[in-house]
Write a protein that binds this ligand. Structure first.
Ligand code: PRP
Ligand code: URA
Length: 209
């Protein structure tokens, strides 16, 4: 199984707070954003860099470093992925935003697409897909399919909680895509919810439960 589980005390602490049954909308939304920020830090570790010459405070030319190539596009999966967007933009404020709308059918658990607006030059940019939950993996696989259809080649997926089933589905369909998660949970229940999981992340972020 190809997955990076972020091993950091702050990540574990914040995710545990999100698992509490009585977490308020404000608390859950804030923690989602804070975790997304920490995950973006880890997922950007291997961004390519280049050396540049900059004028330092004394007026001399000194060596600087900048991220090489076109800025990343961040791809929140509507709706719950929106909860992670601001946290990632805190670290990568110049990112371009592509949006993908998918609603999981509650009976079949199949993702039903309802919106797609990708940046035009997605084939030239690295992409970070955001979704708090990787359950069956259907929504993530469909999103990656859609992005690859438009030529996107360098894709990472950032999720807060993943299941072995979901990771396998993404690994099998898209072995080149790196998945980052705050936790790898036990399994899916009969209704397709992650156990122990977080419950319905979208409802908790938006207060619609
Ligand atoms: C949730 C979640 C993922 C998807 C995961 O979204 O945010 O997008 O389910 O399930 P899967 O791995 O089995 O596809 P949902 O469709 O419930 O919509 P929401 O974001 O509006 O809550
Ligand atoms: N979507 C959620 O929001 N939670 C789950 O446990 C599974 C899918």
């Amino acid at each position: 199984m190809q997955i990076t589980i972020i091993d950091h005390p702050l990540v574990k602490h914040k995710l545990s707070l999100m698992r509490e049954a009585d977490s308020s909308t404000y608390k859950f939304r804030t923690l989602t954003k804070e975790l997304a920020r920490l995950m973006a830090y880890e997922a950007s570790r291997d961004f390519p860099i280049e050396t540049i010459s900059i004028q330092g405070w004394e007026g001399n030319q000194i060596e600087g470093i900048q991220i090489k190539g076109k800025t990343v596009t961040v791809v929140p999966i509507l709706r719950a992925g929106l909860g992670m967007l601001d946290g990632v933009l805190d670290l990568i404020p110049t990112a371009k935003i592509s949006m993908v709308g998918l609603q999981r059918d509650e009976d079949t658990l199949e993702p039903v697409p309802f919106f797609e607006k990708l940046v035009k030059d997605i084939d030239e940019r690295p992409a970070l897909i955001l979704d708090p939950m990787l359950a069956t993996g259907g929504s993530m696989v469909a999103t990656i399919d859609m992005m690859k259809k438009h030529g996107c080649k360098n894709i990472k997926a950032l999720v807060l909680v993943a299941t072995p089933e979901g990771v396998k589905a993404v690994n099998d369909a898209h072995p080149d895509v790196k998945i980052f998660t705050a936790a790898l949970d036990s399994h899916l229940n009969e209704q397709g919810y992650i156990i122990p999981g977080l419950g319905d992340a979208g409802d908790k972020i938006f207060g619609t439960k």
